[in-house]
Design a protein around this ligand. Structure first.
Ligand code: SIN
Length: 288
């Protein structure tokens, strides 16, 4: 797609596009900002190369997509409460990484973040890619009968990974990501529609993920498991995904309302550092 000011090139059949012709360190002109926002609604994940952003500039750019918000249970940078450093050191081997399974950010919140922005500072020579999955495409590929059933049910979500049972966990995560665990309030389950309507595109997207979705409403975990397992396998089929190979200076912006993402943990021996901001969202809108 050729724009008057910026160029937008899809990187995969379902979702994800590279945007060139913009310097994110400077405020965008109104027309360019509108083009970037329109590309974001169309492609769900945008990638910008060769950027040099201070924390203030990353926060200012993030504000293009809505109010920048803080996320719970994860210690932010000392001077920038809006920014979390996603860091794994070169000597941290065989540990879990932040975001190392398919998820939509903080989906257990009453109003989960609408979008997230990740800025790559130090990137391994190879490995450490991020994958995204298109939850519109996944919903649209289901049979009409399955779509109708899913449109009428809620799934329960909780922040159990920050909850009471995780207080004494031996799960090792990077020492630089200070996560507060043992929070009883994080265990509270909240219902969200399994199919949500995106407020900007009006399209329907699946909204479940294997990190935060605990079960389907009014069902046990055992009863829910086969249905959720089917949905996770279905929505992460390769044709619904894109994979991004990071370089230092890359910026990714993704829409948590219609995508899942997955940080690939395959770079033991290399340091990887990115700065992450979040954009406030609304309570998910049910499809039926
Ligand atoms: C995240 O889930 O926000 C982290 C993604 C990444 O490190 O690639």
């Amino acid at each position: 797609m050729r724009n008057s000011r910026i160029d937008v090139s899809p990187i995969a059949g379902s979702l994800g596009a590279e945007v060139s012709g913009v310097d994110l360190s400077k405020p965008l002109a109104d027309a360019a900002a509108d083009e970037v926002r329109a590309a974001f609604v169309e492609h769900q994940v945008l990638f910008f190369h060769d950027q040099r952003l201070t924390p203030e500039q990353q926060i200012a750019f993030s504000g293009l997509f809505g109010p920048v918000t803080q996320v719970p249970y994860i210690k932010p940078l000392d001077d920038y409460p809006e920014i979390v450093a996603v860091l794994k050191e070169a000597d941290e081997n065989k540990i879990a990484t932040f975001g190392g399974d398919w998820h939509s950010d903080f989906s257990y919140l009453e109003e989960p973040p609408a979008a997230s922005v990740l800025y790559g500072l130090e990137i391994p020579a190879f490995g450490g890619d991020t994958l995204w999955a298109d939850m519109y495409a996944a919903f649209e590929a289901l049979s009409p009968g399955m779509q109708r059933k899913l449109e009428r049910i809620n799934a329960m979500h909780s922040g159990h990974v920050y909850g009471a049972a995780m207080q004494d966990t031996d799960l090792r995560l990077s020492r630089s990501i200070e996560i507060s665990r043992g929070n009883a309030e994080a265990d509270v389950e909240r219902p969200h529609p399994v199919v949500r309507v995106h407020p900007d595109s009006g399209r329907k997207a699946l909204f479940v993920n294997p990190i935060y979705t605990t079960r389907l409403e009014n069902m046990t975990k055992a009863e829910s498991r086969p249905i959720l397992r089917f949905l996770y396998d279905h929505c992460t089929r390769p044709e619904f995904t894109c994979r991004f190979r990071w370089r230092p200076g890359d910026v990714a912006v993704w829409d948590n309302r219609c995508t899942l993402h997955y940080a690939v943990n395959d770079y033991d021996g290399s340091r990887r550092l990115l700065h992450r901001t979040a954009i406030a969202g609304d309570r998910p809108i049910a499809a039926a």
